[in-house]
Design a protein around this ligand. Sequence first.
Ligand code: THU
Length: 141
Amino acid sequence: MPEDIPVTELIRSAMEARKKAYTPYSNYMVGAAVLTNELRIYTGCNIENAAYGPSVCAERTAVFKAVSEGWHRFKAIAVVGSPKGEVISQYAFPCGVCRQVLREFTDPDLFYVIVARSERDYKAYLLKELLPESFGPENLR
Ligand code: THU
């Protein structure tokens, strides 16, 4: 992983964001922290809804917060997830919809997805590994 990606800080930020998850229906709490190309960190949590469909994942909350503030290019995202009240014992991978949203604002050959169980226990993937042969903005140009 490139030196300029502050992995520990990203994971810590995702863990803090996870505490804000609004999950009365699934009780599955997720936090995410995305790093912009300018090295700013935006965080997000999952936010559920009584009508289920409007629920949004932590990753998209983080990305949309950043994009809505004018930051469109990203280097990495850290994700942590586990059921409410449990220690984080699993790696929480971004869902397919979130992978496609990340695709929109990243270079899949360079963008890192970090799934973590703790600050030291994490795995890192390039987006192209998690979303191979993807469709993106270039296809429409
Ligand atoms: N969830 C996320 O926030 N990110 C993912 O990548 C997978 C799933 C949330 C959505 C829902 O609130 C809960 O986890 C259970 O699916």
